[in-house]
Ligand binder design. Sequence first.
Ligand code: C2E
Ligand code: CA
Ligand code: CA
Ligand code: CA
Length: 276
Amino acid sequence: AKADGRGTHRFYHEDMLEGARHRKALEDDLRGALARGEFHVVYQPVVATRDASVVGFEALVRWDHPLRGPVSPGEFIPIAEESGLIEPIGEWVLRTAAAEAAKWPGEVRVAVNVSPIQFANAQLPTIVASALANSGLAPQRLELEITEGVFLNESASSDAMFASLKRLGVRLALDDFGTGYSSLGYLRKAPFDKIKIDQSFVRGAAVTGNRNAAIIQAIVTLATTLGMETTAEGVEIQDEIALIAGLGCSHIQGFVYGRPMLADQAAALAAEGKAA
Ligand code: C2E
Ligand code: CA
Ligand code: CA
Ligand code: CA
């Protein structure tokens, strides 16, 4: 397809058109997906580094497209955000995760991703309160994962939002730490209970001489000093568990302890207590 210069240009243009058409088609399909029951939620274990006990699960949305099959959230969440559809979808994930987690044993927590679009909606605390009330889930068992994206339009209203959410008694986690426009100022201002260290830092950190280990170490020291927990994300191999433990990270999440699973399987694993 790229045999000559003119061809390269023409095909590039067609690829872009094709991409835009694909996006538009997904957006159209996304519009009715909630009503058609095409979403479900899966749960990935979060484990205490100390003893490999399962302390919670992260809720991750899945879309089963009737023709395309599973579409990854990496593909459809940005489209949902640009079209505003993330608001009803995100609310559905929150209510579903709260209802399913309320059936899990003990103090096992559920973490739910909250898009910056949802965070900018003044109704969010009301929606969270309603999800807690309807499910009967204790507030301290719900953790909201927020990315640095919420700070892009930093304003007095984001301070008010953090305060309202904390008043409900839910936990707050700063997701994908280190990948965006990280500013240490965010950590000073916002009342996070946990920092999630992005998997790009974990990747390769067990290799001798890798700078990622030094970065993880610095993040853990900072978080611990500020009284926050830390979760290393995307931990895939045993060598990485040992390294993460050595760096003092309090929690581990990744394929090494479990892939995202259905709510019933999560309930069973929570009852067992250990992921190892
Ligand atoms: P995230 O919040 O950083 O979620 C973690 C992602 O890493 C998940 O991908 C998970 O399956 C994957 N992962 C976990 N352990 C490992 C590992 O050991 N190795 C590798 N290679 N990957 C691992 P997933 O489910 O495809 O989700 C991708 C992103 O989509 C999420 O990243 C999050 O940003 C977004 N997302 C998913 N569900 C929701 C949702 O309900 N609401 C919103 N707003 N965003 C969501
Ligand atoms: Ca997350
Ligand atoms: Ca993350
Ligand atoms: Ca991510």
